[in-house]
Design a protein around this ligand. Structure first.
Ligand SMILES: [Zn+2]
Length: 326
């Protein structure tokens, strides 16, 4: 991928413009999206607490899950240092307001995400073993009827096995931050019990395991193709208006531009797209067709065969070493 990027002719002035003008994080702009995200989460919570019932629980969890997905995207920007220029404040906002509420640490996310940037969808990408470990269903194409069924399963909470694998496969991160995370959730749980709002904890985790996880599934599906099409690993497509704007919020559809310029905050990515005229943008339907091809039974089989080879390589090495020493 990196080699492919180098081949694209780009004017130095355009790059300089992007680095100088668009790579400066604005705390005010980030805060606006942050407040809106938490207002969305609050509206889901209020909907349920005002009139507690199974229906408001489900509706509230859908709204809350969409907000949690936005928290993940804001946390991703904070992981890149794009919340604000002050590193301490950047990490504090990212940890307390975006990453900890999702039950993970910023350090473990960085351990997973930064190597991914160095080799997206390539052999050195740590996200690929995680996706493989989550099983064939997770890697399936979401643009077909079968894919929609899989997505529906996630939406209904039937992807708990994949979710537990995802959490288990995350790198451990720093010990200090893990202790902070445990304390954070201990305080949150104690507060809920003291205020007799235990149902809110149920609402939060139900939203995480249903709406949030299903939107995360869409995101991981559309961002990158698999290793066999590594020359175009990051999808670059135009997004239609309408419901798609809900499923691809905070310019997450500009993932290609994000990989080109990771230090550009998400709110400037459409401007980067407008400047990078040399690169081809495919329509949404073309992207779907490409994804259908990459998720064909043959491609999926190759995807898992690669993993089997990786898994069996250390075993084969040990066997040959044993036979040599014997
Ligand atoms: Zn990134």
């Amino acid at each position: 991928m990196a080699e492919a990027m180098k081949l694209i002719p780009e004017s130095l002035s355009m790059k300089r413009l992007i680095w100088e003008q668009l790579s400066k994080p604005s705390l005010g702009t980030f805060s606006r999206y942050f407040v809106l995200t938490w207002a969305l989460a609050g509206s889901g919570i209020v909907l349920f607490t005002r009139a507690p019932s199974p229906i408001t629980f489900v509706l509230g969890s859908i709204i809350l899950g969409l907000a949690q997905h936005r928290m993940a995207l804001l946390g991703h920007d904070a992981a890149h240092g794009n919340a604000c220029r002050n590193r301490f404040l950047n990490d504090a906002i990212g940890i307390a307001g975006c990453i900890f509420p999702l039950g993970i640490t910023l350090s473990s996310y960085r351990c997973l995400h930064f190597p991914h940037h160095r080799d997206p969808a390539g052999p050195g990408d740590p996200e690929l073993p995680v996706r493989r470990a989550m099983g064939k269903n997770w890697a399936g194409d979401l643009s077909t009827t079968r894919g929609l069924q899989l997505w529906g399963r996630s939406l209904l909470g039937f992807s708990l096995a994949e979710l537990s694998v995802f959490v288990a496969k995350l790198p451990p991160g720093s010990r200090k931050e893990r202790i902070y995370l445990a304390s954070y959730w201990l305080i949150a749980a104690a507060s809920a019990v003291l205020l007799h709002q235990e149902a809110l904890l149920a609402l939060w985790f139900f939203a995480l395991s249903t709406t949030y996880f299903s939107t995360l599934r869409i995101q991981t599906w559309h961002e990158h193709s698999l290793p066999e099409s590594n020359e175009a690993a990051t999808n670059r497509f135009s997004l239609p208006n309408g419901i798609y704007r809900i499923l691809f919020p905070l310019n997450s559809w500009c993932h290609y531009e994000h990989h080109r310029f990771p230090k550009v905050p998400f709110y400037h990515l459409p401007k980067v797209r407008a400047l990078c005229l040399e690169d081809r943008i495919v329509s949404f339907s073309e992207m779907l067709a490409k994804e259908r091809e990459r998720c064909s039974p043959l491609a999926a089989k190759n995807f898992f065969l690669v993993q089997e080879e990786v898994d069996s390589a250390p075993r084969k090495q040990n066997q040959s070493e044993r036979s040599r020493s014997a």
